[in-house]
Design a protein. Structure first.
Lengths: 159, 159
DNA sequence: TATTGTTATACTCTATAACTATA
DNA sequence: TATAGTTATAGAGTATAACAATA
């Protein structure tokens, strides 16, 4: 006897999955000398340069927190503040050459590691999962904190 | 023309979902005067008291980081270090009465908020999602960072 | 006046290395 | 000797409030 009920609830599943992904993200960053926050900043900037205010609202941080994060990342030579030609108060934060290279490496390794998480899921199940999570992400207007490149092809093999 | 392909990959879906859950977790904590880390500590301790080493490995933190986190949370009156009767070197970290009350409130509100994330999913889809994520969580041996209580019944209504 | 971004300040979070005390 | 935990130190991350410069 005993109800043999292995099914956990959606809430628990989501929170624990987030914990797992966070850990993988942090570990992947560590391997590249990146804090999770700096890794996240680089990933956001892979899509395009952004202003401080945009980054602030995308990442959910106070503007002064962004100033510090960009300062440190800039000091490490990974990003650069460029003047915004259309508003002399504003700056555009962009990846440096080195930052872009590191971003690609970090992104690729993170993808590789995250991809290993659903080891026991079939291809069809992964598609189902991606579809369901994709709807959650879309419905809740999650900002472009992680771009969508072709997952099937490792970065090293892209032309 | 155009491939009308809204389907994002599993990796992107997982990373963005984690970002979303993190944001909700942080916001929920803020409403209770808790940092995400302190909120997480309280949630872990809802299940049972743990030693510093156990917490360290469950949360993926260096032991000295745990010392600081427990120090601050203890200073706030939310947890307590108790001597381990079986090893005088060790301590058991447990919730205080006030910490337990706050943990329940934080936990309940976090559940409520996370539960709202899959707004557009049917009950069946939520079950499917929970099943798939549950397998990922199980396969990757995610520690008990968020306990599983009856999600259907709000904490306030439990006897 | 409103907005963009930085400074000043004060915590919290985290890790590494060295340490104390007990097993 | 090994293990449990703390201390010392240094840096990163974060927020609030006050500020400067431009729109």
């Amino acid at each position: 006897m005993g109800k043999e009920n292995d099914q956990i609830g959606v809430v628990t599943a989501l929170v624990r999955t987030a914990f797992l992904v966070n850990a993988v993200y942090a570990e992947s960053g560590r391997g590249h000398g990146l804090t999770p926050q700096q890794g996240q900043l680089l990933c956001v900037l892979m899509a395009q340069p952004y202003g401080m205010g945009e980054l602030s609202s995308m990442l959910g941080l106070a503007k002064s927190s962004l100033t510090g994060l960009v300062d440190r990342t800039e000091r490490n030579g990974l990003v650069r503040r460029e003047p915004d030609p259309r508003d002399s108060r504003a700056v555009r934060v962009a990846l440096t050459t080195r930052g872009g290279r590191l971003a690609e490496e970090f992104y690729a390794e993170t993808c590789r590691r995250i991809e290993h998480l659903p080891v026991s899921l079939t291809g069809e199940e992964r598609t189902t999962l991606a579809g369901l999570l994709g709807r959650i992400v879309r419905d809740n207007a999650v900002p472009m904190v992680f771009i969508e490149l072709d997952e099937a092809v490792p970065a090293a093999n892209r032309q």
